[in-house]
Design a protein around this ligand. Sequence first.
Ligand code: 5GP
Ligand code: MN
Length: 347
Amino acid sequence: MKITKSISEDKVEAVKQMIGASRRIVITCHKTPDGDALGSSLGLAAVLAGEHKHVHVITPDTPPKILKFLPGAENILIASRFHDRAKHLLGTADLVFCMDYNAPMRIDRLEPLLMESAAPRIMIDHHLDPEDFTDVAISNPEESSTCALLYRLLYQMGWSGKIHAEAATCIYTGMLTDTGNFSYNSNNPDLYLIIARLLTTGINKDEIYNTVWNTNSVNRLRICGFAIYRRMILLPEYSLALITLNRSELREFDYIKGDTEGLVNKPLSIPGIVWSVFVREDDDGFVKVSMRSTGEFHVNTICEKLYGGGGHCNAAGGEYHGTIKEAVEKLLGYLPEITSELEKTKE
Ligand code: 5GP
Ligand code: MN
């Protein structure tokens, strides 16, 4: 069985040429980077470093601690801390990769730096509705992760032999995190062909699983326990579970970024719950919203409509500028409008 060549040969050739013609390469990914954003960026960086390119990975903000084990993570430049350096690197780059995002607004304050840079841009992404801001867009919303898409690209370039253990660890991590350890969006047999090839580089898949999914701080366990016990409400008439955490609750548990990762998925294990919403008051007047769903009930459109966000059909997010109470009221006020949509999922 062979891996399907899903990327057009023209694009593969274009990427090859653009890499060949450049020396200083910058790789960017979306804000609050996850396993897929960081895995695809660092995986690509490792391969390009092997080609003797000067490569820098720039993230808009600080990556979660749990992903620090990724090879190369120690060299990431965080733009929110080192703005001038990020500006300089983007300004002097001769090629920029845009990994795991479909619109410049997803990189936050890096956006003007990217748009001002004269370097050509290549997008590798799997979000719906990519915006037209790159020279070559390798975008496939059917792909379960940007990491899998990156593997396909390298494979079609004839570069899979250049993926050594470090890059393979990064690529595998993104494939793992964007599919919930291969529990959703993971029926494509190609994924397992890719994993088999990654394993031959010597990566330790079990160790990666344990590091990513099986590592909890005490605070993280407690905050998730509290959230589910005390702050989850079920609205069975809307097949909805809603969890909220406000500033003082987060402070009480010494919350640090990443502590509530995966929490929003938990209520989906309750029979009859089709979608789950997690509303977290990250700052005074700033609320982060995460949504997950199963099957044909799509939450990206809801995130877009209510919270100026987006994402995938079954995993999306957005933001609200105002109080957490207002953010929740906005959702509750919208519920009657989606009754018919929910009915369809019950048919
Ligand atoms: P999470 O709930 O894990 O923060 O995000 C899940 C997915 O939703 C992400 O992979 C991303 O595609 C999307 N997403 C999260 N927050 C936002 C947002 O503020 N804007 C947009 N456009 N997408 C988001
Ligand atoms: Mn992704």
